[in-house]
Design a protein. Sequence first.
Length: 281
Amino acid sequence: MTGLTFALVLLAATFHALWNFAAKKVSGNLSVLWIGLCLASALSWPLALSVYRSEEFTPTGIACILATGAIHAVYFGLIAQTYRRGDISLVYPVARGTGVAGTALLAWAWLRESPALLGVVGIVIICLGTALLGSGQRGHREGFTAYLYALAVGLTIALYSVVDKLGVGIVHPIVYISSMSTLAALALLPYMAWRRGPECRHALNQFKTFIGIIGVGSIGTYVMILFAYRLGPASYIVAVREFAVVIGALLGVVFLHERMTLKKIVGMAAIVAGIMLVKTA
């Protein structure tokens, strides 16, 4: 992985941790997340239209856009359920770690990526670190439910990661992310209009700052990652993104007063060590 790709992915990880922290601060309020997604779509389209080329929209490119839009709609719904039930310093690592493992397997099976030995070791260490951070969530019923939702989030991460790796090889990343965010927002629109209308109006009145952080943070994260997919292997990129787990856990401890335990320290240290191995692979 080149230095430019590594720096781009680390910056994306920081953005991702910040907007997920905002999502946790509003307890996974789906209306806030959805309006943030709509904002991300609106912010991206002026730039997307400036780089749009009709020849990019091949059947495969369109299929990738439709698939990632549907997966991201499910992803945002699952994130809302996860943050309603669990601490960010626990469920966030579970989701991201599951995403790393799943992406590595799918990238090997579908994209025929073959990571070097150091890269494989790094990915395994990152997965172990995230599993260690998330293991405490299984101690009670509500925690176990949050743990299951986090695993489901990780599955969607793995699915959209390999789809997006293929898609941005065909469609410009800005056009791709604009299309994805718009389709995901439209997929959720009927439910939001039917069941969450009053909640959406309340969210617009009370949570403008969080909506802004989620909208700008999510679109910024995905744009950087999609450009990174053009520069390096999906399995490595998703693994290095797990630095967001460390940032998210620290934000939870410092600002949400979640406990910092020895297990969390060891887990975060393992993630950093794994990232360094992936960087050198």
